[in-house]
Each structure stands twice: as C-alpha cells, then as structure tokens.
Design a protein around this ligand. Structure first.
Ligand code: MSP
Length: 506
C-alpha cells in the first residue's frame, strides 16, 4: 500500500530549532514504521522560501532572499540528516519545477472560476504571512503569535473564493470524521468553517518574492498558496524522469503544528477541490513544545538547540525525549533537566542496562549463545497483541501512547530480571533449564521491543539487534517467541553512555 507522509515546509527566515525538528522526527517515526510494515512509503519535508517572512529577514540582513534561502535550507537539510531522518525528498519552494507546477494549478483554479479581482484591507502579520481579523488581535493591534504591532494593509489582490467551499467542506467533514485528528482539532476546524468563510487573497501586489501569477505578472502568488501546493508538486519531480503523483497522491497524512490548522484543514482542501485534485486522507495536528510558558520560536529567543543535543547525546535520545515527554497532540514543556532525567533513568538505566546485562549474562553463562526455551506464560501473555496495538497506535498517530506501550514492556523485563535473579540461578546446576528460560526470554523480549522501538530510536535499536545477532526489522517477527534461540551475541558497549557535566541547552 502506498503511504505518503509530509511535514510542513519550514520558513528559511531563521535556523531550525527544536520545534521544527519535532514535526520532522514524528513524521520519520511514521515513515520508518510503515516501511517496517512493508508499505510503499514516500516521506517529504522541505523549506518554504517565498513571501514576506523571508523577504523581510533578508532585507534586514542586507542579503537577497535567495541567499537567505540557500543559507538556511542547508541547515534544515543537515538537521534532518543529523536526526537520522529518512525523508525521500527535500522540497524547496524556489525549485523551478515547483514554481511551474504552482502556476499551473493556480491557473486551473482561475479557469475553473474560483478567482476574482478585489481589494484587501485589514491587518496583516508579515511574520505569519497571514491576514488577521480584529477579533484575533491582542491589545494594541498585536499579532497573537509574534506580539508585533500590526499595520492595516490595503492592496488590490486576486482573491480565492473560499466562501464558495463552505458547503463542500462541511460535507467533507461529515463524510470523513477522521479527516482531521485529533478530535478536538477536527471540532475546531469544523466550527471555524461553520462560522462562515471569507474569501482569501490568492496573490500579493506589493511583494516581488514569489511565484508570478500566470495571468497577471505584476503580482506573486500568496506565499501560503504557493507553500501548501508543495505537497502536491513535489511528487511530480522528486524522481528524475518519473512522476510519482499517481502512485502516492492523495497524501496519507499531513503532519502539522496547531498554529497552521486553518491553512491545512480549511484552505488546503478547498484549494484542492477548486483545482479538482483529490483531498488528503488525513491532517494530523500536534501541540507546541514549550520552554517555560512560551512556545519555542526563533523570535522569542528561547531555543534548545537540537544539533547540539544530537551531537552530545545522540539523535535517538532527542527523538525519544520529545515524543516521550510531551503527549503527542498536546502542548507540553521541555527542559534540559527533563531531558537529562529521562536520558539517565529511562534510556541508560531501563533500556541500556537491561541490554548490557542480558548480553553479559548470555556471554558468561552460555558462552555467548542465546539458549532455546519457551518464555513463561504469564510474561508471554503480557506481550500478546503488542505488535497489533503498536500498529493501531501509529495508524492513529498516537506517538506518545505507542512509545509508552512499548516502554511498559521494557519495565516488565526489568522486573523479570529482578524477580528471577539469574545470577543466583547460575550458581545451581539444577536450575539450568530455568536459567535458559530467563536468558532466552530476556534476549527475545529485548529483540521484540527493539524492533518496535526502531522507528523511534533507529541507531541504538539497530546496534542492539546486531549485538543480539538478530537484525531482521520486519514487524512479522515482532512477537515474543517468533524467533528461537541459537544466535551468537556480540559486543554492544554502552548504548547510552554517561555524559559528563553537559547541559543540552545551547
Ligand atoms: N512555512 C509555514 C508552513 C507551510 S506548510 C505548507 C510555517 N513554517 S514555520 O517554520 O513557521 O513552522 C512550521 C511548523 O514547525 C509548525 O507548524 C510546527 O509543525 C513546527 N513548529 C514550530 N515551532 C514549534 C514548537 N515550538 N512546537 C512544536 N512545533 C513547532 O509555518
């Protein structure tokens, strides 16, 4: 089955921070899991390079928007690689192929009668690149997100007849209760639609940095329309000489932060309907990573630097931490202290130690060969249905709950070692069978949790599976008892070594 997952494309007006890394990590977990399931996966991320947010920052720096894009797109690309992210393509909205396709789709929307000339007058936030109603503004006409004072803008634009899509959108939501998840976001989007839709600008007259409107080259396509179309345009040129649209469209899931819900859950499906393109299967929304009370962002200057953390602690630790600490879908605080606590108690002690103890005992008591045995019934029962529930959790994009499901088994295996005390069993030859059972169950349990954890922590799980002599990642084998003993274990070293006096904050 084709599975197409996307992240938002990130503005290149600044360097990537942990908030951006968060969505990309989450999307990578989905993509990796689906590959393990044998699905035909395409995973897209990239950068949003047009519009005011980028043009204004470039002007401030005294460079061209293109130079700024070139400088920062690389940083987003490099961060993805550093976090072991396996995107199949990295789109930049300055790619000529993207721009040509945007022009084509916008022309189609125009030809289908959904565009008209009008005048926009109202508040506009250049940092959001979004038009704001008075009700949305904070005191002093400030942007609720960026806190800057907004000016009234007036200009002649081309408008997209969003209002005409109120009924089709309501119908879409009625027919597809899973179109937007989680449920509270579905409700939020639907009530926004029911509240009445106003037409939106499809172009900007004053700005020059963008895709020229094909029937009026004095204007550029409004950056949000240009950006949203990336999910569709990328498939047409991501592979040389091949158009992947047929194979992967519509997207299985667009993963986004809650700040851009309106664009993805309202404007995006309306645009697609206007262009007679199939709407995505699902839009899934996550919350904010907060530092203290604030959303992490470039402008608020309160950033935990993901490159640094990945370098010092490894990418897996960061991937694990953000998905474990903050319930996926909700807002939640992250901190250097919280990171260190989880690194030590969960990664190093609960998982890392379990792994090194198990390998050491197989080495010491069984000459490095995992014995064959049956796991005890009670423990086996607690692993029953695990793979199915992990698959269901990933289908629902409940990443924190899924991680917790797996982690509960790690804790269970730790309790098992404590209860069985294999080091005592080893002193008594009459307990040889029992020791075989304990060692087999530990090795097999570790193998199962590592296969299931692989999308979350690819590097460490691969190392551990290699040390267990069982590198197979397919989910068919992710059942306790699916693999017999007989493997020769290898060296592992410390999966999560102690880091001396290092704080993850930059
Ligand atoms: N360029 C637009 C998106 C266009 S998509 C067609 C944009 N870019 S952005 O760089 O500002 O950030 C987009 C996304 O980054 C957010 O939707 C969210 O997924 C992620 N995050 C940025 N800061 C975040 C947090 N502090 N916490 C969680 N996610 C955050 O908007």
């Amino acid at each position: 089955m084709p599975y197409y997952v996307t992240t938002p494309i990130y503005y290149v007006n600044g360097e990537p921070h942990l908030g951006h890394a968060y969505t990309t990590i989450a999307a990578d977990v989905l993509a990796r899991h689906m590959r393990q399931r044998g699905e035909d996966v395409f995973f897209l991320t990239g950068t949003d390079e047009h519009g005011e947010p980028v043009a204004q920052e470039a002007e401030r720096l005294g460079i061209t928007p293109r130079e700024l894009g070139d400088r920062n797109a690389v940083r987003f690309k490099e961060l993805a690689a550093r976090l072991s992210v396996t995107n199949d393509f990295f789109i930049r909205t300055t790619d000529p192929e993207h721009m040509a396709k945007v022009a084509e789709v916008v022309q189609r929307i125009h030809d289908n009668g959904h565009v008209y000339a009008g005048t926009y007058e109202g508040f506009y936030c250049p940092r959001c690149a979004d038009f704001k109603t008075e009700a949305e503004l904070e005191e002093g006409n400030r942007c609720p997100i960026h806190k800057i004072e907004l000016q009234i803008e007036k200009e002649d634009n081309w408008f997209f007849r969003l209002s005409a899509f109120q009924e089709p959108l309501e119908q879409l939501y009625a027919e597809r209760p899973g179109f937007v998840t989680p449920q509270n976001r579905y409700n939020e989007a639907l009530s926004f639609i029911r509240g009445g839709l106003r037409d939106v600008s499809l172009s900007r007259a004053r700005l020059k940095w963008g895709v020229p409107v094909p029937w009026d080259e004095s204007q550029v396509v409004y950056v949000w329309i240009d950006a949203l179309l990336n999910y569709y345009t990328a498939l047409s040129y991501a592979r040389d000489g091949e158009d992947l649209t047929e194979r992967f469209w519509p997207a299985s899931v667009h993963l986004i932060g809650k700040d851009i819900l309106k664009f993805h859950a309202v404007i995006w499906p309306a645009l697609l309907m206007a262009a007679e393109i199939e709407v995505p299967q699902k839009v899934t929304i996550h919350g904010y990573l907060l530092l203290g009370e604030h959303k992490m962002s470039k402008s608020l200057g309160n950033v935990i630097e993901p490159n640094h953390v990945a370098e010092v602690y490894g990418p897996d630790a960061l991937r694990f931490y953000v998905l474990r600490e903050v319930s996926f879908g909700s807002d939640g605080e992250v901190s250097a202290e919280g990171f260190e606590t989880r690194y030590t108690t969960e990664l190093a002690n609960e998982y890392g130690n379990l792994a090194s103890r198990t390998l050491a005992m197989v080495e010491r008591y069984r000459d490095g060969v995992v014995p064959s045995a049956e796991p005890p019934a009670e423990l086996a029962a607690e692993f029953d249905g695990l793979v199915q529930s992990v698959c269901a959790g990933i289908d629902e994009v409940e990443l924190t709950a899924t991680l917790d499901e797996i982690w509960r088994r790690i804790k269970r295996l730790n309790r098992y070692v404590q209860d069985e005390e294999p080091w005592q069993l080893a002193k008594d030859d009459a307990q040889a069978d029992r020791l075989d059972q304990v060692l087999y169950t530990l090795a097999e349990g570790l193998r199962v949790v590592s296969v299931l954890l692989h999308p979350f922590m690819p590097g460490s799980t691969e190392r551990l599976l290699a040390a267990l002599g069982r590198e197979e990642l397919g989910l068919d084998g992710a059942r306790l008892g699916a693999v017999e003993g007989g493997a020769t274990v290898g060296e592992l070293g410390q999966l999560f070594p102690r880091v001396e006096a290092e704080a993850p904050a930059a």
